[in-house]
Ligand binder design. Sequence first.
Ligand code: ATP
Ligand code: MG
Length: 497
Amino acid sequence: MSHSQEIKNKTHDIKFDVKEVGRVKAVREFIVLAENMPSCVNGQIVEFDAGLRGIVMGFTQDEVQILMLGPKARIRAGDKVYSKAKSLYLPVGDGFVGRVVNALCEPVDGQGEIKIDDMFPVFKDAPGIMDRDTVERTLESGTRIIDAIMPLALGQRQLLVGDRQTGKSSVTTDAIINQKGKDVICIYCVIGKTYSGLLKTIELFKEHNVFEYTLIVSGIASTSVGEQYLAPYTTAMLGEYFMRQGKDILVIFDDLTRHAWIYRQISLLLKRAPGREAYPGDIFYIHSQLMERAGQMSKALGGGSMTFLPIVETLQGDVTGFIPTNLVSMTDGQIYFSSALFNKGFRPAIDVGLSVSRIGNRAQWPAVKGPSRSLRLEFLQYKELVAMTQLRTTELSKEAEKKLRRGEAITELLIQDKNKPVSMEHQVVDMYALNREVLDELSVEQIRKFKLDFYEKIKEWFPNLPKQLRDTKIIVDESIANLEEAIYYYFNQEPKT
Ligand code: ATP
Ligand code: MG
C-alpha cells in the first residue's frame, strides 16, 4: 500500500462520511473559491477529485475560500469539492524521529514510508491552566552566554530575534546538538527558507548524529503556500504526540517572519483588509494560538514538556516592527542578536542588555546560579566603562582598570564557536574559575587556551567531578577542594602521576 493510500485509509476511519458536495467557482493561484457548501466551517478539510486536499480559510456571502495543500493543482471551475465536516488530521508516530517530512507529514528524505501510530488534529486548542505546571527544569542550550546569563527552562517560549546573518539559526542548531543523551526530542521546523539551506542543516545533523532524537518538518520556499502556512502547526502537533507520552520536546521555528509573510500573501489573495505593514488583523491571533501550545504539562498528564524557540528576523535591528513586537509579547522572553556585535567578532552576537527572560534563573543549575548572578551586571558595567573610556583621556583608577580586565575576561569566556556546544559540567567548572578571578590576569590567548584545556585536565585529574556535578547540580565541598587543587595545578605545576 502506498504511503498516501495508507494515510487516506487511516483518515477515512475517523472521518465522517461526505457531508456536502460543492462546486469550484474559480481558482486564484493557491486559493480555490467554491460554492454550494453552506455548512462549511473554518479550519475544515475538503477534498477534490484528484485526491488533493484543501483547508477552509474563510467565507464570503456565497463563497467558501479554500487554501490548497500540496502542489499547484490542476483544479478548474466546475470541479467537485467534497466536504466531510472534519478538521485537518495528520499522521503521527514514533517513527517520525530521524526523518524529514513535509507539512503534510509525508516523508521527503527518500527513506521510505513512516509507520503511522495515530492521527492528530493539526489545529488544536492549547492546554488549559489546570493541565500545566510551572517550568523549572533546565533546558541546556550549550551556549555559554545563554546558559549563564539568560538560562532556558523546559516548556518555555523564548524568541530569538535579530537581523539577517547574525547567528540565530546556529544557536538553535547548537541547542539541538547539545540535547544528545538528554532524552529530549527535537523538531526543527523550516519555513520559507531555501532548499540548499535545508540540505546544509541535514548535513550538520548527520555529522553530529542528532537524527537519533531529531526530526525536521520542511516548509521550504519551494513547497506550496499551504504547506508553508501549515508547517508550524504540523510541528506543534508532532510535538504534542511525543509530549503526551511524557517526553520533553524542543521545537525550533526557523522562522516566523517567513510564516507571517506567507499568511499576508494568503490574506491579500482572500481580499482581506490589510492592516499594519499590510498584515491582516488576525496575524496576532494565529501566532499567539501557536505559541500557547508550548508548556510544561502537569504530572497527571504525564509531565512532558514542549519548549519553543521561534526565530524572527528584524530589519536594521528594529525590534519595533509589527511581527517582532507581537512575538515578544507572546513569549517568555527574547534573545537579541546584534549585527554590530557580530561584526566586532563577539559571537554568538547576543546583546545581554536587550535580552531578557521572564522565567529568570528558576531552572538554572544551582552550581552556576551563584557565580552567574553577578555576571550580567558585571558585564553590562564593563560595557559602560568601555564606552566611557573611549571618550576620556584621563588615567583610569586602579579599580576601573580591574573592572576592565575582568570584563575582558568575561567577554573572552562568552565567545564561542558555532557547532561546539559546551556541556553544563564544563560551564560550571569555567564559571567557578571566573568567579575565583583567576582569569582576570590572563591574556586573551591564555583564556582561549584555558576554555579548551582546563576542563580536559579536570576530567583527567578528577574523573568523578563531572558526574558529581550532573548528579547533584551543585558543587559539594569535595568538588570545591578538587576545583581549588585543579586551579593550583593548572597555573603552577601539574601533579605527578
Ligand atoms: P539568516 O538570517 O540567514 O537566517 P542567521 O541569523 O540564522 O542568518 P546563521 O545562519 O546562524 O545566522 O549564521 C550566519 C553566519 O555566521 C554563518 O556563516 C555562520 O557560519 C556564522 N556564525 C554563526 N554563529 C557563529 C559563531 N558562534 N562563531 C562564528 N561564526 C558564526
Ligand atoms: Mg537563519
